[in-house]
Design a protein around this ligand. Sequence first.
Ligand SMILES: [Zn+2]
Length: 412
Amino acid sequence: MYTGSHLKLILAILLVPSIFIFLIAADSENRNFITDPELTVEKISLDPVTDDLNIPKETKIKIKSGDTFYSTLVDFGISPVTINEIAKDRKLKKFINLRVNDELYITSNKEGLFVKRFDENFYLDVLKIEDNGYSFEKKRDNLERIAQFREFVIADSLYSSGKKANVPESVLGDLIYIFGWDIDYAFDIRNGDKVKILYEDIFSNGRLVSNGDILAAEFTNKGTKITVIRFTQRGRKDYYTTDSNNVRKAFLRTPIEFARISSHYNPNRKHPILNTIRAHKGTDYAAKTGTAVKATGDGVIKNAQYSNSYGNYIDIMHFNKYMTRYAHLNGFANGIKKGAKVTQGQTIGYVGSTGLATGPHLHYEFHINGKHTDPVKVEPPNAQSINSYNKKYFDKLVQERTEIISNISSIQ
Ligand SMILES: [Zn+2]
């Protein structure tokens, strides 16, 4: 006869392997890389990537400020009646919502006018407009990922040297972000520093649709080489040093980008409104009302409410040990409420001057085990390193990707 504890034991035996399989599956992207024939050394192209389409009579349109779907199609001779009909089609809502720098490819032949664009997953959407109607098709062809390699020696600035070496803008941006945790670009960069980048390009139906992620990169700064490898762990893509440490810190330095500190942490400050000695247990950042405020670390919202002194404020708990507080907010971002999970860098609210505030600013606090700490002086821990069950695969990736870089590199 089954008792409750027998049943629990059976469930546990059934569940443990499936959890394991789930974790393996979540990291499978990286496993595939090892056996992916597209990413062998022979196939890596060293030529600058061009997106020459080689398709006759196709026009590539880059959306500029002020352009709309309507104005674009009118230019191609489509009747306003037809465009309005398309605009009313709910199925096409996303397709016709154009933003600056979006790209459309337009071809015309005797069958009609074809308007193509890639969706956010790089699949091709095709709108065909004929004399008496239109049709819409989403193409689900396989995406192709091809590794690319670039390297350069810094001669003037990281940015301009990278551009000269044909590193795409987005890849350069990613590089700056990844190494920005360890390297202070304003002070640490030297002429002669070396950068090597292995990244992937994504092709859909034979055309380049995106410069994808950096797969591995080496940065030799003042003679010290840092190598990072991309790895997805529990569904989260991060960069790790070859000894398995996450380059990302568990906390961002500041909750607002490019903001100026208007008041430091100070236990003996005179309060500007109450005019009494009242400790300033946080850091103030001056910013315009409405500026986005970001969660500095992954966590769970403990409070998102109003108080007379803090105004609209948010408290986030991180790993049961740390708490961050964001006060005087103009308002909360969508979905921000008690119990909601947030990820590092997610916009949680907007700068304001609610509560006891003389003007718009963000008051930011950092608590460790319930104690106030100076947010500027805190040395944030690194985000999670490679798990023991991923270690073997990670080490294999490190070996493979560093080998590719050393085989292909011509800079010593
Ligand atoms: Zn303050």
